[in-house]
Design a protein around this ligand. Structure first.
Ligand SMILES: [Zn+2]
Length: 122
């Protein structure tokens, strides 16, 4: 079971990823340096699966929230690649299209997301 039309979501996710990186660049007034390098390495790494070390670099280089968002986006892109996009990672249910349109990087259905957030509230 998988979504057949993932291209629009993939395009949206790539756009979100780009604007997130652009935003980070702006925030840091062109002194991104490391984050930028890590992000570029990361996007190259997407193709050869060597993404774990660069992911670690990114967590260090970026703010926690941005890193999490970028991580979520990259996870979603990875799920598209694996043909698992739109499937709840917790219960395997198909995630509602309305939910995916609002947050294309959602990895859980609403019910599981609520449970998850409830359990991990800071
Ligand atoms: Zn679920």
């Amino acid at each position: 079971m998988q979504l057949r039309y993932t291209q629009p979501y993939e395009a949206t996710l790539r756009q979100m990823r780009d604007s997130l990186l652009a935003q980070l660049r702006e925030q840091r007034g062109g002194t991104v340096g490391r984050a930028e390098v890590a992000a570029d390495r990361f996007s190259n790494a997407m193709d050869d699966r060597a993404q774990f070390t660069t992911e670690h670099d990114l967590d260090i280089a970026l703010g926690e929230r941005e890193a999490q968002e970028l991580h979520d986006i990259d996870d979603a892109l990875e799920r598209i690649r694996l043909g698992r996009f739109g499937i709840c990672t917790d219960c395997g249910a198909v995630i509602a299209l309305a939910r995916l349109q609002l947050s294309p990087y959602a990895s859980r259905c609403l019910a599981c997301q609520r449970k998850h957030e409830f359990g991990h509230e800071h």
